[in-house]
Design a protein around this ligand. Sequence first.
Ligand SMILES: *Cc1c(COP(=O)(O)O)cnc(C)c1O
Length: 217
Amino acid sequence: MFVKALEEIVNKCTQYNARLVAVSKTRSAEEIQQVYNSGIRDFGENYAAEMKNKHKGLPKDICWHFIGHLQRNKTALISPYVHLIHSVDRISLLNELEKEGLKHNRIISCLLQVHIAREETKFGILLDQLNHFVNEIKTKTFPHISIKGLMGMATLTDDKNQIRSEFRLLKKLFDGLTASDKNFTILSMGMTSDYEIALDEGSTMVRIGSAIFGERN
Ligand SMILES: *Cc1c(COP(=O)(O)O)cnc(C)c1O
């Protein structure tokens, strides 16, 4: 792990009053334990089975964030303990999570992932469908789900203006939803390459992997 970089990121998050999720996908339990020992308690994973294994072997006060594409048949692997799911983009997934929440008698916190990037391959609710999606959730009852905000990933580009405008758009959508829903408090945006722009544009939660753990293979 990069001690100095982590320190810098933590300071920056404190300054912006944002929460840091250390993205530990592909990292070993030992590596995660090291970062844990320096005070970090939020870790992000993108594979359900991998998260389950790590949850089993690591300290129980870790808050596990699921940040990848979640398949309905994998929800059982994370539902008993997951702290926040950042990547809800389908009603069918909420139906499944509601069943899991009921089964485990807990409320599962989720963010809606919005497609803000230019790339077509990334997941997320399309911009022009977000309002419809939110309204559809309101017509259903999900007593075991709490929608807490939005998540988005900017385009992978060196064009900082492009990234900034995408984050700005997501913040605007977030503000629009906060006005009518008190539960909306989390705006998850920013990764290693763009978290400073994200914080500047109002992110309340950044998801950072390689700057803390090193490049992934
Ligand atoms: C891998 C990943 C990150 C972290 O990426 P880094 O560039 O290593 O900081 C953040 N968010 C999501 C959704 C990811 O899949």
